[in-house]
Write a protein that binds this ligand. Structure first.
Ligand SMILES: Cc1ncc(COP(=O)(O)O)c(C=O)c1O
Length: 379
């Protein structure tokens, strides 16, 4: 009897999440100096972590011999104040990713369905499959969720409808009115999961709190990985009905969020300067990248989040070539988008460096991997 024969069947069919390649790994593979590598592959904050968050994390390290507060009291108090909800309406997770998993663990059994877009952030599909349920992936023509199609895909078997807005990787975001209309179409036994990982980058993110208060089955997730720059700590949260938060709280591990992350996140919430600066750098970076792509004659899809999609001819090859030049981006084959790469918005010099690399590719023998029909100028 082998271990493969012993595990649940879902383990064998579970696709493996392919993260952005780490700097050290690319440095090893290409014989490059890690300090010179630019990572624009995981939608991280190019300004780094919240300085107030890091200061608090350093202090918390001194107490690393103690178990964390499993209930994340201080962070929930602060979040409750800022988000205008009750502490009981909050759940803190080991990244918002953990909350997706908890929701699936709590709600799904084999045969159930989760409705999502074909290019919705892939973590939800993976969580769905892990519990033997079926992801129902509706097509996203124009690289945007069609909310009517999502509603139309709901059946008696549907337990969750998932909408990230802005979505990663397509960047599409949806208005309050359209999202409300979708929620109002859902049956009472379907939970709407609204993933707001990039909400802090938006000027006017939708606010689903009134729907939660009105008793709609809505749960929202946010993260400290993006604008707060705390991706390495793995911390995110959900807000929703207190009954659901309590039920999810029952199945989380007793100490799912470490004390250093809790301290960092609590302090980062008050770091308005870092948030404002990060938002401003991102807005400027989106405009800057748009200029670069236009100048080079490249097609792109902007977003209200901290990344863009760039249309290319051969995404795998662009990914390889850029890596050899010390720039890591993300190919999107796993999303069935072989003609797009996702690029995180960097600082001004970082965006310039990416632009210079693209320009070099266009001027070289492999120009056509970026732009169909492009040929290098004759020497
Ligand atoms: C749309 C979306 N949701 C959730 C996450 C997961 O974030 P976390 O780091 O909080 O697990 C990401 C990460 O890239 C994301 O893009």
């Amino acid at each position: 009897m082998t271990y493969t024969q012993l595990v649940r069947p879902e383990v064998l069919t579970q696709p493996v999440y392919e993260p952005g390649r780490p700097i050290e790994e690319v440095a090893r593979d290409f014989g490059l100096d890690p300090d010179g590598i630019l990572k624009l592959a995981s939608n991280e904050n190019p300004l780094g972590p919240s300085p107030l968050g890091i200061k608090a994390a350093r202090r918390a390290l001194e107490e690393a011999h103690l178990y964390p507060d499993g209930g994340c009291y201080a962070l929930r108090q602060k979040l409750a104040e800022i988000r205008g909800v009750q502490p009981s309406e909050l759940l803190i997770g080991n990244g918002s990713n953990e909350i997706m998993v908890l929701l699936c663990q709590a709600l799904l059994k084999p045969g159930d369905e989760v409705v999502m877009g074909a290019q919705s952030f892939i973590a939800m599909k993976l969580s769905t499959m892990m519990f033997g349920a079926t992801p129902v992936e509706v097509p996203m023509p124009g690289l945007s969720h069609d909310l009517d199609t999502l509603a139309a895909a709901v059946t008696d078997k549907t337990r969750i409808v998932y909408l990230p807005s802005p979505n990663n990787p397509t960047g599409d975001s949806h208005s309050q009115a359209d999202i409300e209309a979708l929620i109002n179409k859902l049956p009472e036994d379907v939970v709407f999961l609204f993933d707001e990982a990039y909400a802090e980058y938006m000027e006017n993110p939708p606010d689903l709190r009134p729907l939660i208060k009105a008793g709609k089955k809505v749960v929202c997730t946010r993260t400290f990985s993006k604008i707060y720059g705390l991706a390495a700590f793995r911390i995110g949260y959900a807000y929703g009905d207190a009954e659901l938060m309590g039920l999810l709280g029952r199945i989380r591990q007793p100490f799912n969020v470490n004390a250093i992350a809790q301290a960092a996140a609590t302090a980062a919430l008050g770091d308005e300067m870092h948030v404002a600066k990060s938002r401003a750098v991102n807005t400027a970076g989106q405009a800057h990248l748009a200029c670069i792509f236009k100048k080079l004659g490249l097609e792109y899809v902007p977003s209200e989040a901290n990344f863009v999609l760039l249309k290319v001819e051969n995404s795998r090859r662009i990914f390889e070539v850029l890596q050899s030049m010390g720039v890591i981006i993300r190919p999107l084959n796993v999303y069935q988008l072989p003609n797009y790469v996702r690029i995180s918005v960097g600082t001004e010099p970082e965006n310039d460096r990416l632009g210079e690399c693209l320009e070099k590719i266009l001027a070289g023998p492999e120009a056509s991997i970026l732009l169909p029909g492009a040929t290098a100028p004759q020497q």
